[in-house]
Ligand binder design. Structure first.
Ligand SMILES: [Zn+2]
Length: 192
């Protein structure tokens, strides 16, 4: 399946979720055999997702996907940390993942916290350092919405600038990176 179809597939799953009709859970026997098959044969997720740790943003639910379908990395504020990039490199190299979705979301507490952060040089706690990293990206934004979009596209770009494995796969055309934002109210995902 071409990579463009990967996104179309995610968006059609998202439409089912947003309309309140997700159907990724099948009847129980099918679910048990799916789990057994994945355990025996291994995983081959076509899509990796880097998203926020927010409890309202669960990629499998949002995209109507099941076990074995999404390779998910979650860090508050969907920051492309070194660990996140390393995990994505594994997905690209070992699992031949075809697309990486960097998924921000509305009302992101991490982005809001970073924009409210008066002293971005304060680095006493791990949280200070995480918010400081986001503040460095969104510091000049005029609204939280703008900050969320900018933070999301920044993480997506960073995957290529900080990883030759990811950049090479994009250049070869075997990997696509997509930036998108999830709206907590509508349940819809849109590319940004
Ligand atoms: Zn968030």
């Amino acid at each position: 399946m071409a990579t463009t179809n990967v996104w179309e597939d995610l968006i059609s799953g998202n439409a089912l979720f947003a309309s309140g009709k997700p159907n990724f859970i099948q009847e129980s026997n099918a679910e048990v055999s799916r789990r057994e098959k994945l355990a025996t044969e291994g995983q081959q997720p076509r899509v990796a997702v880097l998203t926020c740790a927010d409890s309202r943003v669960s990629p499998e639910l949002i995209f109507n996907k099941n076990l074995g379908e999404l390779f998910v990395i979650r860090v508050a504020g969907n920051v492309a940390t070194s660990e996140a990039i390393g995990s994505l490199e594994y997905a690209v190299m070992a699992l031949k993942t075809e697309a990486i979705v960097v998924l921000g979301h509305s009302k992101c507490g991490a982005v809001t916290g970073a924009m409210d952060c008066k002293d971005s040089a304060k680095k006493e706690t791990a949280l200070d350092r995480l918010l400081g990293d986001i503040a460095g990206v969104v510091g000049t934004c005029n609204s939280v919405e703008e900050g969320i979009n900018k933070n999301t596209t920044h993480s997506a770009r960073q995957l290529e600038t900080d990883s030759t494995i990811i950049k090479d796969a994009v250049d070869k055309g075997t990997l696509k990176i997509i930036s998108a934002v999830y709206d907590l109210h509508s349940g819809k995902v849109q590319q940004v």
